[in-house]
Design a protein around this ligand. Structure first.
Ligand SMILES: Cc1cc2nc3c(=O)[nH]c(=O)nc-3n(C[C@H](O)[C@H](O)[C@H](O)COP(=O)(O)O)c2cc1C
Length: 390
């Protein structure tokens, strides 16, 4: 149990999940995460902004007791995902007069997910304000970072904005704020890559919105808060809108060493051509690190042998994930080895088609690489270097 004061009348009452290692049964969280919940007490009314997952509901309840939250008038749901709302049914029982304030889309989802009584939910409009007494909550609808339901809450009197998942990070940390740029970069970039990058197109407008306000503190729903907003805002601006870098990401798998040999040859050739590379051996890679490397890479290389007439399942998974998280890479190719025939190259090309990358002619060979294949890989490195330099 821990309650931390952010401002007079504003406290963090959430839960730290030190041991979570896989979020959404999908995203590796090697450093755990937190579910941030904020108690805001005005002179007239009290609001709880976001809650926690069902697994941590007793931590939240204990914190609310410690913070003497005898009455909660409003529970602001910025986003209906269960990591923030799993404990909502319990909260609504414990606080029978509490009204949920949320976006129209989140209202729909809360009813679908939890069967919450419609009478307990009030939809708030974009820009609407609710006065708690000396603390005015202003709501901004912010769809598609990362669900259609998201909204932010700004309290001008305290110059604080609650951005829900936007600008968050998966890190269990004792720090209320992160002030170490390196630590912040690592955890926030991992989070951005896996959760926000598919919605990069929506991001600049929300950054502009936050910049247009007087913001001293950004309070997301995962990870530490920011009392130096420029740092995280600058990172997001770079990741969402910056030009991709002269980097090739190689995601590879090899059963008996032929594809691995090709990856080694291509890696050395790319280095010789001045292209930065990041390599991921798929059977053992942390897929979050692969996602992070894709944030700024210009070229994606999938290296796979043929297995049962197609690409190796791990290569299919990596290619599918890359296509889903929508990095800004401009070029892609496939390399690898086969024995007698199959559709591995076509299969990978189809999976990554949504990325709309220019597909560079693959080098797909029979068996172990020969002198001719080595020459083809060196030629491929030259082509990638020339394209990346554009
Ligand atoms: C389980 C298994 C299934 C395979 N299925 C195919 C196949 O359907 N078509 C094919 O051309 N080669 C097939 N191969 C042969 C491999 O693609 C070939 O040996 C290749 O050189 C292996 O590359 P690697 O050394 O990078 O693992 C198969 C190999 C294994 C082990």
């Amino acid at each position: 149990m821990v309650v931390r004061t952010i401002k007079d009348g504003i406290s963090w009452v959430g839960a730290i999940d030190w041991d979570l290692r896989l979020f959404d049964s999908l995203i590796p969280t090697p450093k755990g995460t937190s579910y941030n919940s904020y108690l805001v007490k005005g002179s007239d009314k009290t609001a709880l902004l976001d809650a926690v997952s069902e697994t941590k509901e007793m931590e939240l309840v204990t914190n609310l007791m410690a913070a003497k939250a005898d009455v909660i008038d409003y529970i602001v749901v910025h986003h209906a995902e269960q990591d923030h709302t799993g404990c909502l049914p319990l909260l609504l029982e414990l606080y029978p007069s509490a009204l949920v304030l949320t976006s129209p889309k989140a209202k729909e989802l809360l009813i679908e997910f939890f069967g919450i009584d419609e009478g307990r939910i009030r939809v708030v409009e974009d820009n609407e304000t609710v006065d708690l007494g000396g603390k005015t909550m202003q709501f901004f609808h912010a769809p598609w970072v990362h669900w259609p339901d998201t909204m932010f809450t700004y309290i001008a009197e305290d110059q604080i904005i609650f951005t829900c998942d936007f600008l968050g990070s998966h890190i269990a940390a004792s720090d209320l704020y992160i002030n170490d740029p390196e630590r912040l970069y690592e955890s926030a970039k991992r989070y951005y890559a896996e959760i926000m990058m598919p919605f990069a197109g929506s991001i600049p407008a929300y950054l502009d919105k936050i910049e247009s306000l007087n913001v001293e503190i950004i309070a997301p729903s995962h990870g530490p808060l920011y009392n130096n907003p420029d740092l995280i805002m600058g990172y997001y601006r770079q990741w969402a809108t910056g030009e991709p870098k002269n980097t090739a990401v190689i995601a590879y798998v090899s059963m008996h060493g032929s594809t691995k040999k090709m990856v080694d040859i291509l890696s050395n050739a790319l280095i010789a051509e001045g292209v930065d590379i990041e390599r991921f051996n798929l059977p053992e890679t942390d897929i979050g690190l692969l996602a992070m490397s894709l944030v700024e890479a210009k070229t994606i290389i999938v290296a796979t042998p043929t297995v049962l007439f197609g690409a190796h399942p791990l290569a299919i998974y990596a290619a599918y994930l890359a296509a889903a998280i929508k990095p800004k890479a401009q070029y892609a190719t496939v390399i690898g080895s086969f024995g007698w025939g199959g559709k591995a190259v076509k299969q990978i090309a189809e999976i990554i088609a949504p990325l709309k990358c220019e597909v560079i002619e693959p080098v797909y060979i029979k068996g172990h690489p020969t002198e001719k294949d080595i020459a083809a890989l060196k030629e491929l490195a030259k082509t990638i270097a020339a394209k990346n330099a554009k």
